[in-house]
Design a protein around this ligand. Structure first.
Ligand SMILES: Cc1cc2nc3c(=O)[nH]c(=O)nc-3n(C[C@H](O)[C@H](O)[C@H](O)COP(=O)(O)OP(=O)(O)OC[C@H]3O[C@@H](n4cnc5c(N)ncnc54)[C@H](O)[C@@H]3O)c2cc1C
Length: 302
């Protein structure tokens, strides 16, 4: 992981000066504050700041329900109720700010999540580091034959060596030219904002990324999912670990209802009812397309 000495010094200084506070504190999150969690070969996530905890969610919910919440006495039950019924605004009372270092092609997927606040490293202002994401051998895979948007068998032997060599050589050559093109060392060269355009998409960038818990769960639901590309999933998985420590009750409800749960269509629900009544439902009698039926059977673990 490529935390720079300056960043490490900043982390050490911040961790060395704890202050008492009247604000809500999540003990699980305190241990993550400022500490960088490595992701991929040069990336990381680290929590810069956060607001709220499980109690902040129920505190906000009780404002809207008032005496009605007496029916749900404990916080965990109330959080599960909110998650189950898509009452999402109480989850927006919690916020988290991450510092993330990630390859540009991952950032391009990540930035599609519009509900966060982002501030990115400026390659107009600063010179990018010579750091590229080069996949581990077990992540170098061929195009999937069944999924147009995914990868299939892991490359072996000479083929793995061939593509790895190309990835490394192209990245190195592009960076050499980037450096040679820059307006520095007494040459006119190109401005940083122009010289960067020949850099490959596996170069690393960094940003601060702030989001509320409701929208973080939405991000994690999509990006920690098995269908998400491995490289962004690696970041989402690391964030899942942090979120679990930060708001354990909310995360447990999220795991149960969102990550581990499924959405059934009306047709799907009807099929389940017919199956429970003893009928041998098939794709042909289900009213579903072949693709839908395949996913439905996968959902049922058949
Ligand atoms: C497996 C996978 C494959 C994908 N493949 C592609 C692809 O091939 N091409 C591609 O372009 N994208 C692709 N995406 C990106 C995807 O289409 C979404 O853009 C991305 O997941 C962000 O989702 P979102 O808009 O729900 O999130 P956010 O931007 O965080 O928004 C959260 C929610 O807020 C609301 N919202 C936010 N902004 C608006 C708005 N302006 N108008 C209306 N409602 C809004 C919506 O309800 C939205 O669901 C893929 C995503 C995944 C997970």
């Amino acid at each position: 992981m490529s935390i720079t000495p300056d960043q490490q010094a900043e982390i050490d200084a911040l961790r060395a000066t704890p202050r008492p506070t009247l604000r809500a504190v999540s003990e699980g999150m305190e241990k993550h504050l400022y500490t960088a969690i490595p992701v991929l070969d040069h990336g990381f996530i680290r929590v810069i700041d956060y607001m709220g905890d499980d109690a902040a969610i129920t505190q906000a919910a009780r404002v809207s329900y008032g005496k009605g919440t007496k029916a749900v006495q404990n916080d965990e039950g109330l959080i599960r109720y909110l998650m189950r019924h898509w009452h999402s605004t109480p989850f927006e009372m919690c916020e988290v700010k991450f510092h993330v270092k990630l390859p540009v092609f991952v950032a391009r997927q990540w930035i599609r999540h519009r509900t966060a606040n982002v501030n990115e490293y400026s390659a107009r202002y600063s010179i990018l580091d010579r750091e590229f994401y080069i996949p581990e051998p077990d992540k170098l895979a061929a195009q999937s034959t069944v999924n147009n948007q995914g990868r299939g068998a892991v490359l072996q032997g000479e083929e793995a060596a061939r593509v790895l060599e190309m990835l490394k050589a192209d990245a190195g050559r592009s960076y050499d030219h980037y450096e040679e093109m820059l307006s520095q060392d007494g040459q006119d060269g190109l401005a940083r904002e122009l010289a960067r355009m020949n850099l490959p998409a596996n170069i690393y960038t960094q940003w601060y990324w702030k989001i509320d818990l409701h929208n973080l769960f939405h991000f994690l639901r999509l990006r920690a999912d098995a269908h998400a590309q491995y490289e962004i999933r690696a970041y989402a998985d690391a964030m899942c670990g942090v979120t679990k420590d930060w708001v354990p009750a909310a995360y447990a409800a999220f795991e149960d209802y969102r990550m581990g749960g499924v959405n059934l269509s009306a047709k799907g629900l009807e099929c389940v009812k017919r199956m429970l009544a003893g009928e041998a439902v098939t794709q042909e009698t289900s009213g579903m397309s072949k693709g839908e039926w395949r996913e439905f059977e996968g959902m049922l673990g058949r």
